[in-house]
Ligand binder design. Structure first.
Ligand SMILES: [Zn+2]
Length: 442
């Protein structure tokens, strides 16, 4: 198990502005979270790294941003209205609701995880509870106006398959990728931002000839695993887990999860599934539109198979935070460092005047700061003594601290301190941009 606890991460996130509870001043809303000033940067960096890797660094994937609200027929075709359900039971003693398959105990003899009362599933059979969040479109609230907040971004891609293919003159294999919010009315959300009712997904649907699906599936698993490792996740905390045939979703032929060792155990970060032609076939049938692909070489018509890497932005953010967190002993005191990968760090550099009551130092610091902020995310901080400022920046993962002191006024040099090694270099101000560029920042 990793040494950092969830309590430590939750507390750091709140204290330093990564994640706040939603509507906190009203007592919060269950399992809904807001991303603060640093959290929004971290999330943006994660999404950007994904977008680069899945779209810009390949030539066979197109981007998309489809709407959260979709025609209700989509969810009938996709199987979500019928099958996107969890078994729900009420505890007979405390009346709290749980997912029957998550209750401790065996077979029909389960226990309430809250009050400990016995729950007999034979006499108290679970009801199937649909996880889609509903709302109404237009001024009339009745069943004819019911729409759903999408429970996955994937269906927005499938219904746009022909639009993207035709507008971008695509031949197989090619993919469509998007990042966006999805909603699931989970009965038992939890573990901070790991399982929430409103969350953000990074999904791609990669369309292939059916006979190529197996090989392409393996390629995507490898590529997605490497993405996490390249962004600094410790290899011993990342593993692949292939789904057994009895846990596969109804649409999938095969699925492999990428799991991370969270403080609460191994849990899914991302699933890479072979969805066969299930979705396109369903949508073709329900919409009456021809979604087949005509192979220009063989003149064969068929429905493509789909390989789907589907990851959670919030889960990735939590994994990167947990993985980066470390405590060190420095000269008898504790130093907390968020060793985030340079691409993910919310703030790349901080400019710190050593003496904030010396106008020349402040002026020089501000000048350096305004120069740097055209290139990188940089902050100016004069709210404490230098030791304290260093610790604060370490704790939020800032890569470099640039300090201006009395000496700087004479020799035009500043001290640049690196986060991980705490190594300090004296750098001429004229060379600062170049120095940070060499480090892969600017
Ligand atoms: Zn109970």
């Amino acid at each position: 198990m990793p040494e950092v606890s969830m309590d430590t991460i939750v507390s750091l996130c709140k204290r330093r502005g990564f994640v706040f509870q939603s509507s906190e001043i009203y007592g919060g809303l269950g399992s809904v979270w807001d991303y603060g000033p640093l959290g929004v940067e971290l999330k943006k960096n994660i999404k950007n790294a994904w977008w680069c890797s899945v779209i810009y660094e390949r030539d066979d994937v197109e981007g998309l941003d489809s709407a959260i609200l979709m025609h209700p027929a989509v969810w009938k075709a996709s199987g979500h209205i019928e099958g996107f359900t969890d078994p729900l039971v009420d505890c007979p003693a405390c009346r709290k609701r749980f997912r029957a398959d998550h209750l401790p105990g065996e077979g029909n003899c389960r226990r309430c995880p809250d009050c400990g009362a016995e729950i007999d599933l034979e006499n108290n059979p679970p009801r199937m509870f649909n996880l889609m969040l509903k709302t109404f479109l237009g001024p009339v609230e009745d069943s004819s106006s019911t729409v759903y907040l999408r429970p996955e971004t994937a269906q927005g891609i499938f219904v746009n398959f022909a639009n993207v293919r035709n507008s971008r003159f695509r031949k197989l294999p090619f993919g469509i990728a998007q990042i966006g919010k999805s909603f699931r009315n989970e009965i038992t959300p939890g573990n901070f931002i790991f399982r929430t009712r409103e969350f953000e997904q990074m999904e791609a649907e990669y369309f292939v000839k059916p006979e190529d699906a197996g090989v392409v599936h393996q390629e995507w698993i490898k590529q997605r695993q490497e993405w996490y490792l390249n962004l600094g996740i410790q290899p011993e905390r990342l593993r692949l887990r292939e789904h057994a045939s009895n846990e596969l979703a109804h649409y999938a032929q095969a699925c492999t999860d990428i799991e991370y060792l969270f403080p609460f155990g191994w849990s899914e970060l991302e699933g890479i599934a072979n969805r066969r032609d299930f979705d396109l076939r369903q949508h073709a049938e329900h919409s009456g539109k021809d979604l087949t692909y005509l192979d220009p070489a063989t003149k064969e018509r068929f429905l493509p198979y789909v390989i789907e890497p589907s990851g959670g932005v919030d889960r990735a953010a939590l994994a990167f935070l947990v993985d980066a967190y470390r405590e060190e002993e420095v000269k008898g005191s504790k130093r907390v460092v968020l060793g985030l990968h340079p691409e993910l760090a919310p703030i790349k550099a901080a400019v710190l005047p050593l003496l904030r009551n010396r106008p020349e130092i402040v002026e020089m610091s501000r000048k350096i700061y305004t120069g740097l902020r055209k290139k990188i995310v940089v902050k100016y901080d004069d709210t404490g003594a230098i030791g304290k400022l260093y610790r604060r920046q370490d704790e939020i993962g800032t890569l470099y601290c640039v300090t201006v002191d009395v000496q700087s006024l004479e020799d035009n040099q500043v001290t640049v301190r690196e986060r991980d090694t705490m190594r300090q270099d004296r750098i001429n101000v004229e060379r600062l941009n170049e120095y940070l560029t060499d480090k892969g920042l600017a």
